[in-house]
Design a binder for this molecule. Structure first.
Ligand code: PBG
Length: 337
């Protein structure tokens, strides 16, 4: 009778053996939580397509940040909703806008205990929902860069540690780096949404910020999700233009892209588990079709295993709580049977 020569199961026998040998891990420091802050509301407003997430007032945002800090999560990514949208999206670089005010408030309350990254795009601010300034029915790349530079300056002046341009305009990282340096903001870092795919998984987010394009779609600037080589080119362009970190987005459906970018990038890599990935998990768990906690951890650890240093996720707080509960349970002495 032939027995197996190798028995990998020996090392899977007990929880401790499995813990010792776990390769990829998810720590609170690996996570960033996206948050929405709105102008012109007096109470936080639940986002229907994203249970547990809100349009925050400045006050409720600060409460949320306090929870984030308590959980050991080091970073938030802010999105703003203006009181009123406009054709050119001027709200994005309004020094008194929701994101700018919130950034000031967070930095003055938490200082270096919380890293503030600000999403830098026009789509939440334009009446047509596109990510830049229009020329006819197309987004004018270079006119948009000027608006991005204004926005970057306004966010840096408010105290953002990191600006995160997400509009996929050519040359956005270089233009923003130059504009920031010109005004003495050479310490403001750039997290570039480098390989941002034209994805169906942004659906709930667009509902949340009412940014579904009024006509057409974003395929003339966001990437074709079928392309890996092009993702690597985009990453290298952004690194050459001065990106301090690069991002792949969405994460789950693009783990191969995360993995290749992590292998080849000379700067740290972030991956964004987007609203649609969150919504799928939550919807299935709410129906009892998936074990919520197990599926959440599996999805996030997989993004780490693929090579992302930073995981941006709407589930960041849930993940830390799930991990804390698990370690509390494992410290309870085993019951005698
Ligand atoms: C803005 C932006 C988007 C997301 C992040 N930044 C929306 C888009 O491109 O439509 C999506 C986030 C998510 O789905 O969670 N350009």
């Amino acid at each position: 009778m032939a027995f197996p020569e190798s028995r990998p199961r020996r090392l899977r026998r007990t929880p401790l053996l499995r813990a010792i040998l776990q390769e990829a891990r998810l720590a609170p420091e690996d996570l960033a939580l996206p948050l929405f802050v709105a102008d012109g509301i007096t109470e936080p407003r639940p986002i229907e397509s994203m249970p547990g997430h809100f349009h925050h007032t400045e006050a409720s945002l600060l409460d949320e940040c306090a929870e984030v800090v308590d959980l050991g999560i080091p970073m938030v990514l802010l999105f703003g909703l203006p009181g009123e949208k406009s054709e050119r999206g001027e709200g994005a670089w309004d020094d008194g806008g929701a994101v700018q005010r919130a950034t000031r408030a967070i930095k003055s309350r938490f200082g270096d205990r919380l890293v503030v990254a600000t999403d830098l795009c026009l789509c939440e601010y334009t009446t047509h929902g596109h990510c830049g300034i229009l020329a006819g029915e197309t987004v004018d790349n270079d006119a948009t860069l000027e608006a991005y530079c204004e926005t970057a300056i306004s966010q840096a002046e408010a105290g953002a540690d990191i600006v995160a341009p997400s509009g996929m305009m050519d040359g956005q990282v270089g233009a923003i780096r130059a504009a920031l340096d010109d005004l003495g903001h050479e310490q403001t870092a750039i997290l570039a949404y480098s390989a941002k795919m034209a994805s169906a998984f942004y659906g709930p987010f667009r509902e949340a910020v009412d940014s579904t394009p009024a006509f057409g779609d974003r395929r003339a600037y966001q990437m074709n999700g079928a392309n890996l080589e092009e993702a690597l080119r985009e990453v290298w362009l952004d690194i050459d233009e001065g990106a301090d970190m690069v991002m792949v987005k969405p994460a789950g459906p693009y783990l191969d892209v995360v993995s290749r970018v992590a292998e080849e990038s000379s700067v740290p890599v972030a991956a964004y588990q987007v609203s649609g990935e969150f919504a799928m998990l939550r919807a299935a768990a709410d129906r009892g079709w998936l074990d919520h906690d197990a599926a959440v951890m599996e999805s996030l650890v997989s993004i780490r295993r693929a090579g992302a240093k930073l995981v941006i996720s709407y589930l960041a707080k849930d993940a830390v709580r799930i991990a804390n509960r698990a370690s509390a349970n494992s410290q309870t002495p085993p019951q005698r049977g």
